[in-house]
Design a protein around this ligand. Structure first.
Ligand SMILES: C[S@@+](CC[C@H](N)C(=O)[O-])C[C@H]1O[C@@H](n2cnc3c(N)ncnc32)[C@H](O)[C@@H]1O
Length: 221
């Protein structure tokens, strides 16, 4: 994988929000049917809002444009619960691209995407009074976990493009860092992926997908 600027193109998705097309992978960062709709549906409504625990330590695999993180931050403004958000991103996007994508979002989301994308790797920052954010510029495969999480946003590129991200080994690693009662949510509903999640110990449930997609997956520990 590479993040050569010449291979990245900012696109408009069907709900009017922006995303990125990566030509070297021939893959987009979000659903072409609607980036904002997809993030809200998969990660906020079938992730954050399904989490019963009062504790909210979130791990995001694949920070990308920062859209999921920004939407989660906005949710944190609506409650008193502290969210501790850790994001992994080995191939950070050039900041000019982030500015261009962010221009396709409402101001509060855009400003947060830009702010979070510029945070220094490995250094926690407070955003507002109850959102603590840490970006690690590291691959999931080599990341040494110290903390445990209540919720995992699994937002890797599709299995057809990045098969090494959807293996039993990866899901076992994630199962081990998830607190009991925690959950992992992903847009993907492939049979082979669900089988690997089950084999790693998760209880797997299908939910209706965002517009343009029949199903998505939530895996519970
Ligand atoms: C589908 S995009 C994520 C979109 C992102 N969540 C957003 O809101 O914009 C997949 C992301 O996974 C990242 N990625 C690729 N290989 C990875 C790895 N080994 N570990 C963690 N992230 C990886 C890519 O660089 C890319 O940013």
């Amino acid at each position: 994988m590479s993040n050569n600027k010449n291979e990245l193109k900012v696109i408009k998705t069907e709900d009017g929000s922006s995303s990125i097309y990566n030509a070297s992978l021939d893959e987009t960062y979000h659903s072409i049917h609607g980036a904002l709709q997809e993030s809200n549906h998969v990660f906020i409504n079938h992730g954050l809002h399904l989490l019963k625990s009062e504790n909210k330590a979130i791990l995001e695999v694949g920070f990308g444009t920062g859209l999921n993180a920004a939407l989660t931050y906005l949710q944190s403004l609506e409650s008193d619960i502290t969210i501790n958000y850790t994001a992994l991103e080995p191939y950070p996007l050039p900041i000019e691209i982030i500015y261009e994508v962010a221009a396709g979002y409402p101001k509060t989301i855009a400003e947060t995407m830009i702010l979070l994308s510029q945070s220094e790797g490995g250094k926690p920052i407070y955003v507002g009074s109850n959102f603590i954010f840490t970006l690690h510029l590291t691959q999931l495969q080599t990341f040494n976990f110290i903390d445990k999480y209540d919720l995992i946003y699994f937002d890797a590129f599709a299995p057809g493009k990045q098969p090494d991200m959807w293996t039993l080994e990866i899901f076992t690693k994630l199962f081990d860092v998830l607190n009991p009662g925690g959950l992992l949510t992903t847009y993907c509903a492939k049979g082979a992926v669900k089988r690997n999640l089950k084999q790693a110990g998760f209880t797997v449930k299908a939910f209706p997908g965002p517009p343009g997609k029949r199903e998505m997956t939530v895996a519970f520990r």
